[in-house]
Write a protein that binds this ligand. Structure first.
Ligand code: GDP
Length: 216
């Protein structure tokens, strides 16, 4: 990923400092709002750090609920950012009993969402850097490949790794993208706790919003 210019960085920070409102929560196909603004979605294994990342990106303490009971959120939450972009918080997958496979219920809701979503510019697949890609993540990525939805793998909780482990996590995850047709050929490393990689992710998202949702 190329480093953003100062102007791009300033524009991205402006976008994320703007108003961010909860628009809808959808647990069924009927409740999913129709496509409108350019959209980016966040998905990952329960406890991967998705809520923390959304809160850190938008600098809101509790926009997305940080789950003390992982796996509880079973709905898709839509947040409108700066009147320009929709941030979509998809339900987490693979917690506890269902940790090895995506549940049918999860897949159905995700398919219902992905179907007819031309405004969806990118999905961010969040992966706990300590664990790396698990089978259930590969399964979710396979589903996105099948739906031909462009996605970027974002490593979370990088602060928990030593310098040596950091490089290794990036490399190993990068290798894991091979064979995934819709994967963006790069990995973004973040820590919500230490605000690491957040500007890079904000710039990536702002570019998608600025480009009308497509291309970088
Ligand atoms: P979600 O289930 O994917 O939404 O995950 P949460 O955002 O609820 O985070 C799960 C757990 O990981 C919580 O205990 C968080 O405090 C912790 N966590 C999230 N992000 C980070 C991070 O960047 N660094 C560290 N050290 N912990 C994190």
């Amino acid at each position: 990923m190329t480093a953003p210019s100062d102007d791009e960085l300033a524009a991205a920070r402006r976008l994320f400092a703007g108003p961010c409102e909860f628009v809808a929560g959808a647990a069924t196909r009927e409740a999913i709002p129709g496509p409108g603004l350019p959209e980016v979605a966040f998905v990952g294994r329960s406890n991967a750090g998705k809520s923390s990342l959304i809160n850190a990106l938008t600098d809101r303490a509790s926009l997305a609920r940080v789950s003390h009971t992982p796996g509880r959120t079973r709905q898709i939450n839509f947040f409108r950012l700066g009147g320009k972009l929709m941030l979509v918080d998809l339900p987490g997958y693979g917690y506890a009993h269902a940790s090895k496979a995506l549940t049918a219920q999860w897949q159905r809701l995700i398919f219902d969402y992905l179907r007819g979503r031309p405004n969806l510019a990118r999905v961010f697949v969040l992966v706990d850097a300590r664990r790396g890609l698990l089978d259930v993540d590969r399964e979710a990525m396979g589903l996105l490949d099948k739906a031909a939805v462009s996605y970027l793998v974002v490593l979370t909780k990088m602060d928990k790794l030593s310098p040596a482990e950091r490089g290794e996590a990036r490399t190993r995850t990068g290798f894991g993208l091979k064979g995934h047709a819709a994967a963006y050929p790069d990995v973004l490393a973040t820590s919500s706790l230490k605000s690491e990689g957040l500007d890079a992710l904000r710039c990536h998202i702002a570019a998608l919003a600025g480009a009308g949702g497509f291309g970088l």
